[in-house]
Design a protein around this ligand. Sequence first.
Ligand code: BMA
Length: 319
Amino acid sequence: MKKPQVNELFRRHPGNPIITVRDLPYPANTVFNAGATMFGDQTLLLLRVEDRRGISHLTAARSEDGIGNWRIDQRPTLMPSPETNPEEIWGIEDPRITYLEELQRWAIVYTAYARSGPMVSLATTADFKKFQRLGPVMPPEDKDAALFPVRVKERWAMIHRPVAAFPGTGAHIWISFSPDLKHWGDHRILIPARRGGYWDANKIGLSPPPLKTAEGWLILYHGVRTTASGSIYRLGLALLDLEDPGRVIARSDEWVFAPEENYEIFGDVDKVVFPCGWIAAGDEVRLYYGGADTCIALATASLSQLLAWLKEHSTRGGR
Ligand code: BMA
């Protein structure tokens, strides 16, 4: 197998962006940061739609090939519910979807946004029409969360990214555990943000949910580099032990994907690639990501190439 260069690991779809606000059946500001899953033999995206007030909701889009002919719900699929859930008063954002075989339902972990700051909320569904809210599961400030699809030693596991109010401590990726999806504990840092000039210094967060592979749980995470002209959101890889996902086996030193195309560089927020979902079909991984907080784009990769590259380029981080 020819060894791919790091900038060849993910290949952008030539039709990018695959969904923009012009594809929506109703007026809105932007569509970006979609969760993704297979629903029967269709690809289902849960789009984050920001309306013309600045408040986000979620809308389902379905496609046979996961690339085009998206059928988008005529009305918002899941709206914020500030009357019953005051933590959603400023919207619901960035859904990560995991199918829980044991419950035969999909779990949607999303950011609920209100005066107190962003926090992690959870809902489940069997059909992406009716949703059951479990409410907030992590207090603010916390976001970039997703569930593992199976229990780990009898407990559910969730990755998330709290931010400490204490200055200079950094924002790291954490893992927590729960017997019932509602009560979470045993919190600990899983992947620390690096320091100094690194692309993933000071602030990192999980991107799509962990992906089960023969070699471990594959993690794609974003690093936020603050520069004189704003932030740059780039993506790196890590691998967690299959039996004990609290153990990091590998972590890439370099980023594997970064804003390069116009639809990633220019938008409501410049220089952002922000995936919330990926789908593996055989060796192909389809990554759905928001471009510059304005559109949805697609890139594909080979799972075996990602794992081989990560193995060769891992220092396990922590510098
Ligand atoms: C993060 C999240 C994402 C967004 C990104 C860039 O904090 O809020 O939804 O894409 O910032 O603006």
